[in-house]
Design a protein around this ligand. Structure first.
Ligand code: GUN
Ligand code: ZN
Length: 441
């Protein structure tokens, strides 16, 4: 049987921290261990307790003094944009037209798609992210490349073919019927195959006609166990354009509501300029607003108002939004999240940051039984973090006095250099990064 005992300082959340002193929100084992059997967590606890039940010759991966956490989760990004990060000088609509719609056309080539998908998965793993929810391009082969690359690495990934039938170059447009047929075929092929999960993906109201929104509604009705991902209220010009295309809708959120696209499985990227009415609709439907701080700063989009989501009882998650997002690192993302909230007089404690990257994002996906925390029966997706990963961090860490302070240093100064190891379903992946990728493109 495939068994491994992972030793280190084990940290996993059991609930959302209510403050910086909320020790009941997590379990922390200073000399801890996670026992993994056939890809699942079989036991977690103090090393000595876990060890004494195991055979003398059990294989041990000793990661002391590093932190052992559940693998990080990214709830919104675009894999075809991997080579378009750092595209200069434009806000959303100009950025899409100038850079992104050019870049995404390259995914028509299956070899390029396979190359980018492989490198994309490796970037996620290098940064300690073991699950992500990504948009593919309009091309079905881009979805095949995405889930194939995930399957080769054993990763639990969510994704789907973008549907767009207007306001995009001809080469990136499908039709309502084609978007429906292709999505359906891809769901049949991939959803629930191994660890793959499908997200029905009308890009946003601007690039879908009412006919395509009707088809999206049909897909959601026919596949209620699939996710839905789209964009909402990211940029003021976008909002004006979207609402002008749907003049009968009360507001931007109402466009999606009218096509029954809201619900517990719906992830809405950005959600910056929502009224209280709109956030209340998200709360009532259980939809998730996705906070993408590096992207929102990079495109000059605006500031996500987390406190209003909390006050109105709406669900929210965090994400990189690569390629408008500027980093694959969830640590760097939480660093920017902290600053975005701080600018608005809002607090994000380091405990809450680490909760959000793990259990919080798993809950946003209703996947908390499987990922986001280390408990018996969970998938053994694990990240090992080195708080001394950079020399400036090592210096700073000499003065750290608590776990919370260490976590804050990790999120403020950390990046992929702090990822000492990453396990996918119990398999150590760091040494495999770069070895599975398709030929260089
Ligand atoms: N809105 C519609 N498409 C996109 C995209 O690719 N990135 C971002 N940031 N916003 C979008
Ligand atoms: Zn996006």
């Amino acid at each position: 049987m495939n068994e491994l005992l992972i030793r280190g300082r084990v940290l996993t959340f059991v609930d959302e921290p209510q403050g910086i002193d909320d020790t009941a929100s997590y379990r922390y084992f200073e000399d801890g261990a996670v026992f993994v059997r056939t890809g699942k967590v079989a036991a977690i606890g103090d090393y000595s307790d876990v060890r004494k039940h195991l055979a003398a010759d059990v294989k041990i991966a000793d990661h002391r003094p590093h932190l052992v956490l559940p693998g990080l989760i990214d709830t919104h990004l675009h894999y075809p944009q991997t080579q378009a990060i750092a595209s200069y000088g434009a806000q959303l609509l100009e950025w899409l037209n100038t850079y992104i719609f050019v870049e995404e056309q390259k995914l028509a080539g299956p070899e390029h798609a396979a190359f980018i998908a492989g490198r994309f998965m490796d970037e996620l793993l290098s940064n300690g992210t073991t699950t992500a929810v990504a948009y593919c391009s309009v091309h079905t082969q881009s979805v095949d490349a995405y889930f194939t690359a995930a399957e080769q690495r054993g990763m639990l990934m969510v994704g789907g073919k973008v549907m767009m039938d207007r306001n995009a170059p001809e080469a990136l447009r499908d039709t309502p019927l084609q978007g429906y047929d292709e999505t359906k075929r891809l769901i049949d092929k991939w959803h629930g195959r191994g660890r793959a999960l499908y997200a029905i993906s009308p890009r946003f109201a601007i690039t879908s006609t009412p006919e395509q929104m009707d088809m999206s509604r049909a897909l959601v009705r026919e596949h209620p166990d699939c996710y839905v991902q789209t964009h909402l209220s990211e940029n003021k010009d976008e909002i004006a354009f979207a609402t002008s295309l749907y003049p009968d809708a009360k507001d931007y959120t109402d466009i999606y509501a009218r096509y029954d696209l809201l619900g517990r499985k719906t992830l809405l990227g950005h959600c910056i300029y929502l009224s209280d009415r709109e956030i209340s609709v998200l709360a009532e439907t259980g939809s998730v607003g996705v906070f993408c701080p590096t992207s929102n700063l990079f495109l000059g989009s605006g500031l996500f108002d987390r406190d209003r989501f909390d006050r109105l009882g709406a669900r929210w998650s965090v994400a990189t939004d690569v390629g408008a997002g500027t980093s694959f690192s969830m640590l760097e993302t939480m660093d920017e999240a902290y600053k975005v909230l701080h600018l608005q007089g809002q607090r994000l404690s380091p405990l809450n940051s680490f909760y959000r990257m793990t259990l919080g994002n798993a809950r946003a996906l209703d996947l908390e039984d499987r990922i986001g925390s280390l408990h018996a029966g969970a998938d053994a997706d694990i990240v090992v973090l080195d708080s001394n990963g950079k020399s400036a961090m090592e210096l700073r860490m000499r003065t750290a006095k608590s776990l919370a302070e260490e976590l804050f240093i990790l999120q403020t100064m950390g990046d992929d250099r702090c990822v000492a190891e990453v396990y996918v379903a119990g398999t150590p992946m760091k040494g495999r990064i770069g070895t599975v990728a398709a030929a260089d493109g």
